[in-house]
Design a protein around this ligand. Structure first.
Ligand code: FAD
Length: 453
């Protein structure tokens, strides 16, 4: 039986994995990669699956979020993780690879496959017909980005990522942080970390002295996009009180545990400044630090933000960032199968759909590629179990609040909680791991998932 080829656009981590899974299902596939004809501002080579910055995929151990994602992908027959395993270099607990050999081998393996045609071309428009997988990443070419914008609508695409850190709810000290909304309006939707004057001044000084990450040239050119969204450290540098009149303003926020906050005798209990955290997921496991978009180095963010009362032991699932990043509003546009709701034969994966990191991009490629092949074969697209790291990630990006949607890396905060809570974090993550791998194995044993190897 002959099938029309699937088009995959963009040969990064996601596109490489998607292409392999489609070919593996016996379907011809045309992979279009614009390098080296047209380079992005961050890539250096013409190889597929180039690792643009670090050579590390993150933690190796399967009771860590990245490690669990890798193990699930191994069991699902991921070519990206398979090659990463083959070409790993010593890096302590991380899965790091010899980047040149890793990408070269993936390029050669795909180029040699009889069902894969590798075209070195920029695709300026979404192909109007057939099954198509978009995997053009955070630096999607301008022409395709414009076409995608016309397809999705202006409000459903972002070109810059100005994100605040996200903290696991369990790691916030609820003896100090209190639930309330400003002036008690609506339901108490924010966790508030109060600072007295001394705590505020100490935090402000450390923030102003903290080390910033270097900004890339192509990001500096676009700095104007950030004007309405200043980094918290820049607000700090504008003056001692600037943050207290901005995101840290204390007005209308009282700790209900101190009694009726409207009573005159409680007015003196008003905090000097307040850091607010907004709920990020339905279950309340993830909390976003409001107004804390930042360019600080990640280590510095942890050091300085843990000075905030209530966040002393904060566990961050995502650090604050401000950089160029093209991504679509997946909660509005995609199903958890990674199909566009308005055109189910168009799928997308990778950083473009708001997952973050190399492993997560390849994982999206696995699902979009598998589902693209299934569409051609006339089979139902699949959704991965939510108890797995992959399933939880795709569930999150397609069901988060569209209004505040920001990219998300794999993390245990998005996994559905256990029926019986385990207090010890390492033990809890071990149980999450066992449940996820059992569910992946079950899904592989029972069709329709393909077997690993
Ligand atoms: C500067 C920078 C540094 C980063 N550092 C890290 C890091 O250290 N660790 C980490 O985990 N993540 C990092 N990331 C995020 C990283 O981009 C993703 O983790 C991962 O590369 C995303 O994979 P992807 O397949 O979605 O996109 P990519 O790997 O970027 O692949 C997209 C591909 O599409 C091609 N393309 C774009 N437009 C077109 C078009 N119109 N036609 C044809 N081809 C096209 C591009 O040339 C590219 O090869 C970084 C991102 C940037 C921008």
């Amino acid at each position: 039986m002959s099938y029309s080829p699937v088009r995959v656009i963009g040969g990064g981590l996601a596109g490489t994995e998607a292409t392999w899974q489609i070919a593996r299902a016996g379907i011809p596939v045309i992979l279009s990669e614009m390098r080296p004809v047209q380079m992005t501002p961050a890539h250096h080579s013409q190889e597929l699956a180039e690792l643009v910055c670090s050579n590390s995929f993150g933690a190796k151990q399967s009771d860590r979020a990245a490690g669990l994602l890798h193990e699930e992908m191994r069991r699902l027959g991921s070519i990206v993780i398979g090659k990463a395993d083959e070409h790993q270099v010593p890096a302590g607990g991380a899965l790091a690879v010899d980047r040149a050999v890793f990408s070269k081998e993936l390029t050669q393996t795909l180029a040699r496959h009889p069902l894969i045609e590798l075209c070195r071309e920029e695709v300026p428009h979404i192909p109007p017909e057939g099954v198509v997988v978009l995997t053009t990443g955070p630096l999607t070419s301008d022409r395709l980005a414009k076409d995608l914008l016309d397809f999705t609508g202006m409000e459903y695409m972002s070109f810059f990522d100005a994100a605040s850190p996200i903290v696991i709810g369990d790691s916030i000290d609820k003896e100090t942080a209190f639930l309330a909304s400003r002036y008690d309006k609506g339901e108490a939707a924010y966790l508030n970390c109060p600072l007295n004057k001394e705590e505020y001044l100490h935090f402000w000084q450390e923030l102003c002295n903290a080390e910033q990450a270097p900004v890339k040239d192509f990001e500096r050119e676009n700095a104007k996009f950030f004007e309405g969204c200043l980094p918290i450290e820049e607000l700090g540098q504008r003056g001692e009180d600037t943050m207290r009149y901005g995101p840290l303003k204390p007005v209308g926020l009282f700790d209900a545990r101190h009694g009726d906050f409207k009573a005159p005798e409680n007015q003196s209990k008003r905090p000097y400044a307040v850091v607010q955290l907004r709920q990020e997921d339905k279950e309340g496991q993830l909390w976003n630090m409001v107004g804390f978009q930042t360019n600080l180095r990640w280590g510095e963010q942890k050091r300085v933000f843990r000075l905030i009362p209530g966040l002393e032991k904060a566990e961050f699932v995502r650090m604050g960032v401000m950089h160029r990043n093209t991504f679509i509003n997946s909660p509005e546009l995609l199903s958890p199968t990674l199909q566009f709701k308005k055109r189910p034969t168009l799928l997308a994966a990778g950083q473009l759909v708001g997952t973050e990191g190399y492993g997560a991009a390849a994982a999206g490629g696995w699902l979009a590629g598998t589902n693209a092949a299934r569409l051609v074969l006339g089979l139902e697209p699949i959704i991965l179990p939510k108890t797995t790291m992959m399933g939880a990630l795709f569930e999150f990006i397609t069901s988060a609040s569209p209004k505040h949607f920001q990219p998300m890396p794999p993390n245990f905060g998005i996994i559905p909680p256990l029926e019986k809570r385990i207090r010890n974090k390492r033990e809890r993550y071990g149980v999450y791991r066992d449940r996820a791998l059992a569910d992946i194995d079950l899904a592989v044993r029972c069709p329709p998932l393909p077997k690993g190897g």
